[in-house]
Design a protein around this ligand. Structure first.
Ligand code: NAD
Length: 416
């Protein structure tokens, strides 16, 4: 049996498929298929019991042809360089699709935050940023929060980096607390950007979002705000939501705030009064207008795509639809808004944060929303145009657009 392709190999396969349609030569493909730079560090951390433990950390800078690299920092016990390479690659294409003047990166530390005390977590955060300090800078590579890291972790890292530089360097990291130069509008940016693309998609396919039915798989940061904004911005009806323990359905519509309050009290959306249970598989197959997979990879595969009835699939999660399933959905006329476009609101507002930090001039929330809307709506229509011109799926169109933009930068710079 052939070995299963790793995450990074899968991402490389997707790029290769796109390269074939663009007739890229082998040396260009080799450059685009691998990170330009990666750092592996081992750093000591004093633990509360008096012992010293060694931690492994990484920073992958995938491609910086278009500008400083950008990407989150993950703290995870099963972190691998393979995952970080894959995610750094996706960040490169995401920034290019959005036409941000940035490249892609990703970093991480192998550690289990649930087993660390607060003081140990602070020392790991400071140790990591000290160890990678030589390859990052506000105009070079800018980390952000990601899995199991948060604004507090970012704040410790900023403090440590600022001490090393002998001056405040708030621009070294985005996704930080507002008092340290964080941007307004970052908390719901991913979902908000996703909902702006849903609005544009509805215009393209002729769907009236007022009263349209929506199902959301995953009720975390992305899923909750997606449900709330679909109701607030469009007057859509949220008929089903789910989390890792299962889902709930009410054809009359759910109140996203009340569901969140129930989840905060009980730990799950399951058991919300007045709703009937629905499984995490069934939620994607409901007869609704929009589904927003906002939890896991590979939620829609060749096996279940035939049962998807929605007109729009808004990929707020990373990689929720497999490439073959997406092709089949495309042929059936289901409009898939691919992850690197649909969930790009987060990195876009992070980019706005960088700009505000450079200028020391801060925008209010309304200004952030307006700029995000303009940027992501334009990116959505760029991808639709390429999809129609080449008769390819929205994901393939996004790849083509992104790769063309990165290649143009590399060509001007004389790299290829
Ligand atoms: P989160 O941890 O806040 O929420 C995840 C939610 O998914 C939780 O409610 C969890 O219970 C639920 N979940 C877990 N397993 C599930 C399962 N098997 N079925 C249904 N639900 C399940 O995470 P998040 O920040 O909302 O991220 C969700 C997805 O969005 C991830 O793929 C992430 O990479 C992607 N994403 C998030 C951001 C962001 O800014 N938050 C940006 C880009 C992409």
């Amino acid at each position: 049996m052939p070995a299963e392709r790793s995450f990074f190999e899968t991402v490389q396969d997707e790029l290769k498929e796109c390269a074939e349609s663009m007739q890229l030569n082998d040396s260009v493909l080799a450059l685009l298929s691998n990170p330009v730079r990666e750092l592996h560090v081992i750093f000591p951390v004093a633990m509360d019991d008096g012992k010293t433990e060694m931690f492994h950390g990484y920073r992958v800078q995938y491609n910086d042809a278009r500008g400083p690299t950008k990407g989150g920092t993950r703290f995870h016990p099963a972190e691998t360089i393979d995952t970080l390479r894959a995610l750094a690659s996706l960040m490169t294409w995401k920034c290019a699709v959005m036409d941000l003047p940035l490249g892609g990166a990703k970093g991480g530390v192998i550690c289990d935050t649930k087993k660390l005390s607060r003081a140990e977590l602070e020392r790991v955060s400071r140790g990591y940023i000290r160890a990678i300090a030589q390859i990052i800078a506000p105009d070079k590579d800018v980390p952000a929060p990601d899995m199991y890291t948060n604004p507090q972790v970012m704040a410790w890292m900023i403090d440590e980096y600022s001490r090393m530089q002998g001056k405040n360097q708030f621009g070294i990291i985005t996704g930080k607390p507002h008092d340290l130069g964080g941007s307004h509008g970052r908390t719901d940016a991913t979902a908000r950007g996703g909902m702006y693309t849903v609005r544009e998609a509805a215009g393209v396919i002729g769907l009236d979002l007022k009263g349209a039915t929506v199902a959301v798989q995953g009720y975390g940061n992305s899923g909750y705000y997606a449900a709330r904004l679909a109701k607030e911005l469009f007057g859509s009806k949220i008929v089903a939501v789910s989390d890792s323990r299962g889902g709930i359905y009410n054809e009359k519509g759910l109140d996203p705030e009340a569901v969140l309050a129930h989840k905060e009290e009980t730990g799950t959306v399951v058991g919300f009064p007045g709703a009937s249970p629905v499984s995490n598989d069934e939620i994607l197959e409901l007869d609704v207008d929009v589904i927003a997979p906002s939890a896991l990879e590979k939620a829609i595969t060749s096996e279940n795509q035939g049962r998807i009835k929605a007109k729009i699939v808004a990929e707020l999660a990373n990689g929720p639809t497999t490439p073959n399933a997406e092709k089949a959905l495309h042929e059936r006329g289901v409009h898939v808004i691919p992850d690197f476009l649909c969930n790009a609101g987060g990195v876009t507002v992070s980019y706005f944060e960088m700009v505000q930090n450079f200028y020391l001039h801060y925008w209010d929330e309304a200004e952030v929303h307006e700029k995000l809307d303009k940027k992501i709506s334009k990116a959505y229509h760029d991808v639709v145009r390429v999809s129609r011109e080449r008769n390819v799926t929205m994901r393939q169109a996004g790849y083509v657009l992104a790769v063309e933009r990165v290649m143009d930068a590399m060509r001007y710079r004389g790299w290829i």
